[in-house]
Write a protein that binds this ligand. Structure first.
Ligand SMILES: C[S@@+](CC[C@H](N)C(=O)[O-])C[C@H]1O[C@@H](n2cnc3c(N)ncnc32)[C@H](O)[C@@H]1O
Length: 321
């Protein structure tokens, strides 16, 4: 994995101050990634062909196709992509290979996009971007540059695999970092944090970290688990929530709005509110472990197996003054 292109890309713009810390962090990450699964995943990405699609759609889906490919080449691509399982966020349609991911991330995007400022020309940060599915949709919506951060090595490999098959597009870049490793860049026009807040032990610090990445007047798009109830209520689950170990705070939308205002955001809007269905998150041949159906009480699907309210998600949009 080579991040040199990204360094060059940001060297002369508002993200340039990042170069004071980023190369050393990436170098440390590269030293640590020499072991384990990463080598195999990296090799699968390396063996994938660099293709230039004849047909490319990032506006309505993430899909690429070309009439030049033989069935044998298609089979080879599928095998290499399956080496990168489990695929959680998608779906992708790449030269006839349909990566049917655990999540219908396109449904989330349809819930988010109508409520946010147009992305055309904007510099965007996607915190906890997973495989980068939404990053490509942000490019499809006209963003100038999209930077995703996610500490999981597998997701970087999945992103780079997709990038190779999309023609090596340099408008989106994924860095293997956690939000806590970013300096206060104050340089992004839009910052997304989707599916991350409930994983943070200190949610208000997370909101401040997001705010510190935005330009003045920039927009935060926050998507997270919520519960029903009044402005004062927050669920702090025990050891597990829907089988996940690392879930710390699940507020009501009212409480979340208060948190955002406490952190100095203005014009805070609750844009969407939806129950996660077992059609949106499910086991597929590209993610074969347990999924939402197994995380819900079989006798009462409005509850998780631990007896908490079943996953309900909200999208909030807010402005940094
Ligand atoms: C539930 S997934 C959400 C993925 C995607 N944003 C979406 O909404 O579909 C949460 C993601 O946050 C990432 N993550 C966990 N800790 C993080 C951190 N400290 N900074 C940035 N991302 C983090 C995880 O690796 C995971 O990919």
């Amino acid at each position: 994995m080579d991040f040199g292109n990204f360094y060059q890309l940001i060297a002369k713009g508002p993200l340039a101050p990042w170069l004071e810390t980023l190369p050393a962090q990436i170098a440390a990450w590269q030293r640590e990634s020499l072991h384990g699964h990463f080598k195999n995943w990296d090799r699968s990405v390396e063996y994938l062909p660099s293709l230039t699609p004849e047909k490319l759609d990032l506006l309505h889906s993430v899909s690429a196709d070309s009439s030049q490919l033989t069935d044998r080449q298609r089979g080879g691509i599928e095998k290499l992509l399956r080496n990168l399982m489990p695929w959680r966020k998608g779906p992708y349609s790449l030269y006839g290979v349909n990566i049917d991911t655990e999540w219908r991330s396109d449904w989330k995007w349809e819930r988010v996009l109508p409520h946010i400022s147009p992305l055309a020309g904007r510099t965007v940060l996607d915190v906890g971007c997973g495989s980068g599915y939404h990053m490509w949709r942000m490019i499809g919506a006209g963003a100038h540059l999209v930077v995703g951060i996610d500490p999981m090595q597998l997701f970087l490999c999945q992103f780079e695999a997709v990038r190779k098959l999309l023609g090596g597009d340099q408008r989106a870049h994924l860095l293997p970092l956690g939000i806590e490793q970013l300096p206060e860049l104050k340089a992004f026009d839009t910052v997304f944090s989707m599916g991350v807040l409930y994983h943070r032990r200190s949610p208000l610090d997370h909101l401040y970290q997001l705010k510190n990445q935005l330009v003045s007047g920039g927009e935060l798009v926050l998507e997270t688990l919520v519960i029903e109830g009044d402005d004062q209520q927050v669920l702090v689950p025990g050891e597990r929530y829907a089988q996940m170990r690392n879930v710390y705070f699940i507020p009501t939308t009212g409480a979340l709005k208060n948190w955002l205002e406490k952190c100095g955001f203005v014009d805070v809007r609750i844009a969407d509110y939806s129950v996660t269905s077992t059609d949106e998150q499910r086991r597929t041949s590209w993610m074969t472990s347990e999924s939402l159906a197994e995380f819900l009480d079989p006798n009462d699907p409005t509850k998780t197996v631990e007896g908490y309210p079943a996953p309900l998600r909200a999208v909030l949009v807010a402005t940094k003054p």
